[in-house]
Design a protein around this ligand. Structure first.
Ligand code: SAH
Length: 372
């Protein structure tokens, strides 16, 4: 089937690049394939495209409603307050998209006296196009904002961090349980100019990455692990354990260990085969919060949750917030607020599938939104 997008030429170049790599060095691990598709410096999905919104491929919580970013702003200002109001706090966001979340967050947090003067904003973004959109969204916010391409570049100091729908974009490796044991799944070129999954001949060193909890899954099972996600959460955890602070990781996924195959493509709000026309669609995987939780604890942080996004936003007061907005709204706007609310907290929608994990300094008091 021909791709729907007019920019299929760029995707064609990405496919050629991947095929050349496979011819030269053999099949790619799934994470190497995913990494090239999403973040190849010229043709990568996040580098070359504007994926958000009704005309894009997916809609994220901050794009559904301003209430999402505003409540995170209140959360950050409160966390700063209970940290003893340090005169300088690093307020970081990983993967800020169009800048909508941070813009709503900063506006709401500024109602906490002293916060605006203390907060230095650090945005970690790989895409120049999105960094430009973020610059536009935050011009005139009154905050000091700096851009980085990796979390390691965010300077030391007490940290408040948010990452919404970033971890699902971090590449995963996949393993298949065969009759001969676990084998890594690889991506090979097929003989029609496309790509196919194959299974490595030997177990390979990757097996060591699988958490012990999933290793006795039955023959035919597929298990995933994201080395990049583990490394990132470990770095965040080590940072808050050393400098103080707390990080919120919000994404879709499970809090239980398990062997799962969640790798998926999404284009125009519909599933898209992962290996078809690479670069034309988003590729993502469910976030393994059980694995993140363990990695963060091993790096010295205290971890809260994961709780569902619905429970978290409910405890932060999204109900009264929606009521206050509705009080000043036209009847059309009221209907929009109602539907946004249902979408963000409804157990069948984002409210149930999305989870929130807090990674904090061991001395940080119980963060808002995580009561049982
Ligand atoms: N947080 C935003 C956007 C989510 S989409 C929202 O909720 O609307 C994922 C974002 O992460 C995009 O901004 C993308 O460019 C960025 N991104 C993807 N992989 C990344 C990586 N490895 N490092 C930093 N940013 C990344």
């Amino acid at each position: 089937m021909p791709p729907e997008r007019t920019d299929s030429a760029a995707a064609g170049e990405l496919a050629q690049h991947l095929a050349r790599r496979i011819r030269a060095a053999g099949p790619l691990t799934v994470d190497a394939f995913m990494s090239a598709v999403l973040t190849h410096p010229r043709h990568g999905y996040y580098v070359a495209r504007q994926p958000f919104g009704r005309d894009g491929d997916f809609i994220t919580s901050p794009e559904v409603s301003q209430m999402f970013g505003e409540l995170l702003g209140v959360w950050c200002a409160h966390a700063w307050d209970v940290m003893g109001r340090p005169p300088l706090v690093r307020l970081a966001e990983l993967g800020p998209g169009r800048g909508t979340l941070m813009s709503d967050l900063l506006r709401a947090a500024a109602s906490q006296a002293g916060f605006r003067a203390a907060a230095k904003v650090h945005l970690v973004e790989l895409s120049q196009t999105l960094a430009h959109a973020q610059r536009m969204a935050l011009a005139g916010s009154g905050y000091d904002v700096t851009w980085h391409t990796s979390f390691a570049e965010v300077p030391e100091g007490p940290l408040l961090l948010v990452a919404n729908e970033l971890f699902d974009a971090l590449p995963v490796r996949q393993f298949v349980r065969t009759v001969a044991g676990w084998r890594e799944r690889l991506v090979d070129a097929d003989d029609r100019g496309g790509f196919q999954f194959v299974v490595a001949a030997a177990p390979g060193p990757g097996f060591a990455l699988l958490p012990p909890e999933v290793r006795d899954a039955p023959v035919g099972a597929v298990a995933e692990v994201s080395p990049g996600a583990i490394a990132l959460v470990s770095n965040i955890a080590a940072r808050v354990a050393k400098d103080g602070g707390a990080a919120l990781i919000i994404d879709y996924g499970s809090g239980e260990f398990g062997a799962r195959d969640t790798l998926q493509g999404v284009a125009r709000h519909k599933p898209h085969p992962v290996l078809e026309n690479p670069g034309i669609a988003d590729i993502c995987a469910h976030v393994d919060f059980a694995v993140l939780r363990r990695a963060a604890e091993e790096s010295g942080a205290k971890v809260w949750g994961p709780v569902t996004q619905g429970a978290f936003l409910h405890q932060l007061g999204i109900g009264p917030r929606a009521a206050r907005l509705s009080a000043k709204a036209t009847s059309a706007q009221k209907a929009e607020i109602e539907s946004a609310l249902a979408r963000l907290i409804g157990p069948e929608g984002m409210g149930g599938l999305f989870k929130v994990l807090c990674v904090a300094h061991p001395g940080h008091p119980a963060p808002a939104g995580f009561a049982p």
